[in-house]
Design a protein around this ligand. Sequence first.
Ligand code: CTP
Ligand code: CA
Length: 222
Amino acid sequence: ITEDSIEKDLTGKKVLITAGPTIETIDPVRYLTNRSSGKMGYSLAEAASLRGADVTLISTDVGLAVPNGVRHIKIESAQDMFEAVKNNMEQDIIIKAAAVADYTPVETYDQKLKKQDGDLTITLKRTQDILKYIGEHKASQFVVGFAAETEHVEKYARGKLIKKNADVIVANNVGDKSIGFKSNDNAVTMYFKDGTQVDIPKQSKLNIAHEILSHVKEKGFK
Ligand code: CTP
Ligand code: CA
């Protein structure tokens, strides 16, 4: 597929995408994060932009180039991502590909923590569930959630679909080392609210992104 041959089937549509891990600060030199590379979310941003959408991408600096024409909002923490999403809710499609931290330190230290003789305990508190917030406050937006699972993929993904009031959950089996996270390839299953499912076999994350967008377009969103 060349850039010129791509059908601009998302022209005029506003698409918000969150991607990659969040960064939860402990002190000026330390943080908590996860193994997400951001590649799936950046590929979605690239695919949507190539198809003519007006794309806003919210992510930490994951070291990937922001795709052409995409508006990037750089954030660090789950809380930052939440605020950025809240301020950009007017969309046709919202895609939550980000691996948001579930917990963040209760306290962040202004100065570097010095080591002591004994063990260190860091207390963590729950972050805001951004997708759940979107599900509770959406109007006509088509909401796409992701689910990272290592087992019971369908059961957990369908549970998230209901709990977060999403229109579809895209499930990744992150236990499979040949796909997901740092890999350029992925394989996913989409679980839609109407009970149907679509399996997208292993291929590049950019091709997976195009497939996801096509199924979203076909399913619900006009
Ligand atoms: N998500 C979110 N805000 C959070 C945590 C998750 O918006 N604080 C979103 C993710 O972006 C993803 C979906 O919720 O689209 C599912 O994330 P996942 O980590 O798989 O599920 P959780 O609900 O966090 O449950 P668990 O990690 O226990 O499986
Ligand atoms: Ca989680």
